[in-house]
Design a protein around this ligand. Structure first.
Ligand code: HXC
Ligand code: NAP
Length: 268
């Protein structure tokens, strides 16, 4: 059980919740007593995530689906609500990323990231809307510093996550009347994640990133989960349409420069 928050009797759905930061968020809600459902593409990852959530002693469900497939996402959400009731918390965090220069990135590569990150987030929010508890549901999108900080090799993610932030704010405006709050959490570089493994693949690059964060270190999935727990808790009931960096101050300075330095290093 979480030391601070109690989500017993609540239902949480995490799209892309089978690894990394999002699994950390799903596990934090499960440890706080919530029933949790996760969805992603890979059957083995879905099975492992459900097992790990179940170890927290709560009901856990898993669905295999690609967020680019609206009908499949809608089916997973409907099945969750049939089993567990209306959603108290929706987290949308599925994303894809790889470093690629704009002049050599293919149109399909750009489109793949926009389709997963931005259109996938729309699909998840749109399909979940009818299942959200009114009033009271909390919707959390997982953005990235790329949404506000231009970074070399990141045209696809910068464009997609900027869209995620704006989609979050529009949904916050539209759904407030129903008592649904919608906010974005913006992780900085988080240790032991697929995302940072792809963007800073060597110990040297990883150290460069850590030094570029004002707090001088990577964050943890737990630190992102803590913000999500707070946003969904009774301590954040007037927070709506916020885009909240949890990044050690990285987006204030350092985030853009380190990508330029990494591009130069990679170019030799
Ligand atoms: C250039 C690449 C590429 C690469 C793929 N492509 N990888 N181009 N460099 N490293 C191109 C392919 O050649 C293809 O274009 C197009 O992208 C689509 O590739 P597919 O493999 O067919 O796509 P798909 O199977 O849909 O996979 C999506 C994916 C993949 C994004 C490409 O990497 C993925 O599934 N990622 C999910 C896991 C992940 O990335 N996690 C990290 C999230 S971290 P062509 O033209 O050849 O057909 C994050 C933010 C981190 O989001 C922020 C840190 C600060
Ligand atoms: P990760 O472990 O790769 O997590 C991505 C999750 O989304 C996985 O569960 C993955 O499972 C799922 N997913 C990917 N594409 C999908 C699709 N098309 N349909 C359904 N599910 C899909 O990556 P992470 O590094 O922890 O990142 C998690 C989130 O945090 C992302 O939104 C990312 O943009 C954000 N973020 C990360 C960092 C960081 O430091 N890592 C920093 C800022 C923001 P499957 O492969 O099984 O589909």
């Amino acid at each position: 059980m979480s030391d601070v928050f109690d989500f017993s009797g609540r239902t949480v759905f995490v799209a892309g919740g089978t690894s990394g930061i999002n699994l950390g968020v799903a596990r934090a809600f499960a440890r706080a007593g919530a029933s949790v459902a996760v969805l992603s593409r890979t059957p083995d990852k879905v099975r492992a995530a459900v097992d790990s959530l179940g170890e927290c002693g709560v009901t856990a469900l898993g669905f295999v689906a690609d967020v680019r497939d609206y009908e499949a996402v809608a089916e997973g959400l409907a099945a969750t609500c049939t089993e567990l009731g209306e959603l108290d918390v929706l987290v949308s965090g599925a994303a894809g990323n790889f470093p690629a220069a704009t002049e050599s990135m293919s149109a399909r590569a750009f489109g793949a990231v926009v389709d997963i990150d931005l259109k996938g987030t729309f699909n998840v929010l749109r399909a979940a809307r009818e299942h959200l508890r009114t009033p009271g549901a909390s919707v959390i999108t997982i953005s990235a510093p790329q949404s506000t900080v231009p970074m070399t090799l990141q045209a696809h993610a910068c464009a997609a996550k900027a869209g995620v932030d704006m989609l979050t704010k529009v949904a916050a405006l539209e759904w407030a009347a129903a008592g649904i709050r919608v906010n974005a959490v913006v992780p900085g570089p988080i240790e032991d994640t697929e995302g940072m493994g792809r963007l800073a693949p060597t110990p040297e690059l990883s150290e460069l990133v850590a030094r570029s964060v004002p707090l001088g270190r990577y964050g943890t999935a737990q630190e992102i989960a803590d913000c999500c727990l707070w946003l969904a808790s009774p301590y954040a009931t007037y927070v709506n349409g916020a885009v909240i960096p949890v990044d050690g101050g990285w987006s204030l300075g350092g985030a853009s420069e380190v990508f330029t330095a990494m591009r130069n290093l990679l170019a030799g």
